[in-house]
Design a protein around this ligand. Structure first.
Ligand code: F6R
Length: 339
């Protein structure tokens, strides 16, 4: 319905303050003074790591959708540090242009049904690229055919000339470029929590203690590092669906025991964040109910050096989100010269 407008195109041009708000709703992480501090795009979460490791990002679309990607390309290139190339879908198909498994191909389409874009998607998939969809139509062929994606949520576009989809497409691609490290996303989820438990053992008992110390001293959130063998001797009573728990389960001699800790915590519906070595996520949490922090595998005795880094970043981002002074934590001094 056109309401007070004479044409759908006119209506859709005027709808843009609302359609853009809808596009951004729930995707901006607010920090102090309601300023946006980060971005959450849930539809991409399982593929972000692969995207960040890609050799190249290709934007593929037709007409207005191609133009939207072209408008946002500089920010993607600048912030991701990954080379970005542009492809008009029909031209890519005419040339059978090169696409590789190390590429991320992003398909931009309001309708999600454009034949050239859809065919280019099949082509990119057959070449092994990670395929991401940006569409305005839930359940469309492109939304279904891509590995992951983002919906524009701009509302139905009826006018043939695309208007509000264009601005929402640019907004979504800019948000994509602004996505930060996994730890920032995790910190955003945990920023309002009261407390955090960290279970480690063996070489990584110290990692659990150090993570908890960092979280306490800078983010001023209560945190406790616990040797996992003690779990049944008291701490298990704290476990419920709300308390976040990090379990360090990187592949060393204590891996089997940590796996059993994860099972027991899951059985009590614990809210788990599992740190494991790259490629182990499926094995550590087959039902995908845990958040995963993947780290590279090194020799067991060196693993604490690797494991603490994402946890330090977690403490850092938590502090920024919670609005505290990162470099000068409350009541603390760099050198404590008094007893
Ligand atoms: C121009 C216009 C077209 C579409 C193009 C792609 O105003 O609307 O250029 O942008 O046909 O359509 P989608 O975005 O549905 O793939």
């Amino acid at each position: 319905r056109k309401g007070n407008f004479e044409h759908f195109m006119q209506k859709e041009i005027h709808e843009q303050p609302d359609s853009l708000t809808m596009t951004m709703r729930g995707r901006l992480i607010r920090g102090g003074e309601q300023k946006a501090k980060g971005i959450l795009l849930g539809g991409l979460k399982d593929y972000l790591k692969t995207m960040r490791r890609s050799r190249r990002i290709l934007f593929i679309g037709c007409g207005t959708s191609y133009n939207a990607a072209l408008a946002a390309r500089p920010v993607v290139e600048e912030l991701s540090g990954i080379p970005v190339t542009m492809e008009i879908a029909s031209d890519l198909l005419d040339r059978q242009g090169p696409i590789y498994r190390e590429d991320t191909a992003i398909f931009v389409s309001q309708s999600g049904e454009t034949a050239d874009t859809l065919q280019a998607l099949e082509y990119a998939k057959s070449n092994g690229a990670l395929c991401v969809g940006i569409t305005n139509t839930v359940g469309s062929a492109i939304a279904r055919g891509t590995h992951c994606g983002i919906h524009l949520n701009a509302g139905c576009e009826i006018g043939v000339a695309s208007t509000k989809a264009y601005t929402s497409q640019i907004a979504v691609i800019v948000m994509l470029a602004l996505l930060d490290k996994d730890m920032k996303e995790l910190a955003a989820l945990l920023m309002d929590e009261q407390s955090l438990l960290v279970f480690g053992r063996g070489y990584n008992y110290a990692t659990a203690l150090e993570c908890a110390l960092k979280v306490k001293e800078v983010s001023l959130m209560h945190a406790e590092g616990i040797v996992a063998g003690e779990m049944k001797h008291g701490p298990l009573a704290l476990v419920d669906e709300t308390l976040p728990i990090i379990v360090i389960a990187t592949g060393d001699a204590s891996l089997n025991k940590q796996q059993s800790v994860i099972q027991q915590l899951k059985a009590r519906k614990g809210r788990l964040i599992v740190m494991c070595t790259e490629g182990d996520a499926e094995f550590m949490c087959p039902d995908r109910t845990c958040r995963i922090i993947e780290v590279p595998k090194v020799h067991d005795c060196l693993q604490p050096i690797i494991n603490i880094v994402p946890l330090q970043l977690l403490a850092y981002h938590l502090t920024v989100f919670r609005g505290f002074n990162v470099d000068q934590p409350r009541n603390l001094a760099k050198s404590v010269t008094t007893q």
